[in-house]
Design a protein around this ligand. Sequence first.
Ligand code: FES
Length: 121
Amino acid sequence: MTTILVCDTCRYSQTEKLNGDQTGGEILADLVEKAAPTGISVKRHSCLMGCDHHCNIAIRAKGKLTYVLGRFEPNAESAAAITEFATGFDASQTGRVPFREWPQGVKGHFVSRVPPIEDDD
Ligand code: FES
C-alpha cells in the first residue's frame, strides 16, 4: 500500500510555527487526509528532519522508491498535488512517476529519492 507520511510538527511558514493553535504540518495533514483517495494511506509522523523547510512529507510503498518532498504551503492546492502525485506513484511499478505526469504543485518540492531496501541490504 502507498503511504503518505506527513510531518505534523512542521512550522506553518518560514517565520511562524503555528497558525492559531495548529502547526503547518497539522493543517497539511488534515487536508491530505481529506484529499487522499481510497487505497492511499495517510499517516502522521513527528519530524522527518527537514525542519529548515516547512511542511515536509514522504511517499513510500514496499519495494518502491521513497520520495521526500518539502517546502509546501499548508493549503488545499498542496494537498491536491501531493495526493495526485501519490496516485501516480501507487500506479507505477517502481514508484517512478514520469515527469510529464507530475502535478505542477509538486515541482520544485522534491528533497530526496531513496531506493527500496533490497534483500541483501
Ligand atoms: S518538524 Fe517537520 S521535518 Fe522536522
